[in-house]
Write a new protein. Structure first.
Length: 233
């Protein structure tokens, strides 16, 4: 795939942001569509699914979080959320709703381009084959996860974290390694992302999330996916 094939939907109620995007992103080889509010964004998605959505968090009418939740009800298209809000809680909520990444305003075009490219790389169709460890099966081609006979619905970020841990079952994966592998950058400020995602994964795949048998915590180091379930965490 080449960058020119990527179709990006920009959703923001600030005209100056849309003007900058219309200039900066096509110059880097991306095809751009824009929407000024959540309702228009959903109409654009209904017309044609983009390869990635860049979505403002605070908008009149439907908020970015509401749009994210609606999109996630029918699609796993990558979503990068933009907002002037930069608190940890805002980031956590955006991730819980299914966002793939979070960028705080004001931001530089180069940083946005880097985030877009990183997300597109992680969600490309060049996937590994089916991986099965114990009762957990990860189908990378169809992006389906099963625990036993039960299909588990995951957000894109939850899927990527689980896939990486399952691919390295039995090994301790350090926080920084997991951050770099899944988010594409290395920063101690992003460790809250891992906590959120791992907690959500445990709720979805563990028999008892309070006593995890699969995703085990290695204190101060990282996480380990246990090939054979155990009760120690």
């Amino acid at each position: 795939m080449t960058e020119k094939s990527f179709d990006i939907l920009i959703v923001d109620d600030e005209p100056q942001i849309l003007r900058v995007m219309r200039t900066g992103l096509p110059a880097r080889g991306f095809n751009i569509r824009t929407a000024s509010d959540g309702e228009e964004a959903l109409r654009e998605i209904e017309k044609q699914m983009p390869d990635l959505v860049v979505l403002d968090l605070v908008m009149p009418g439907l908020t970015g979080l509401e749009v994210t939740r609606t999109i996630r009800s029918f699609s796993q298209v990558p979503i990068i959320v933009l907002s002037a809000k930069g608190s940890e809680q805002d980031k956590v909520v955006a991730l819980e709703y299914g966002a793939d990444d979070y960028l705080t305003k004001p931001f530089g075009m180069n940083e946005l381009i880097a985030r877009i490219r990183a997300v597109l790389r992680r969600t490309s169709t060049d996937e590994e084959p089916i991986i099965q460890v114990a009762e957990v099966t990860v189908d990378s081609l169809r992006r389906i996860v099963r625990v036993g006979d039960r299909e588990v619905r995951l957000t894109p970020k939850e899927f990527e974290v689980l896939k990486y841990l399952v691919s390295n079952a039995g090994k301790v994966v350090a926080h920084r390694i997991l951050l770099k592998a899944v988010w594409g950058w290395q920063s101690s400020e992003q460790t809250e992302y891992l906590r959120v995602i791992v907690n959500q994964l445990r709720k979805k795949i563990e028999p008892d999330p309070e006593k995890p048998q699969y995703i085990l915590t290695e204190p101060w180091i990282g996480y380990r996916f246990k090939a054979e379930p155990e009760t120690d965490s």
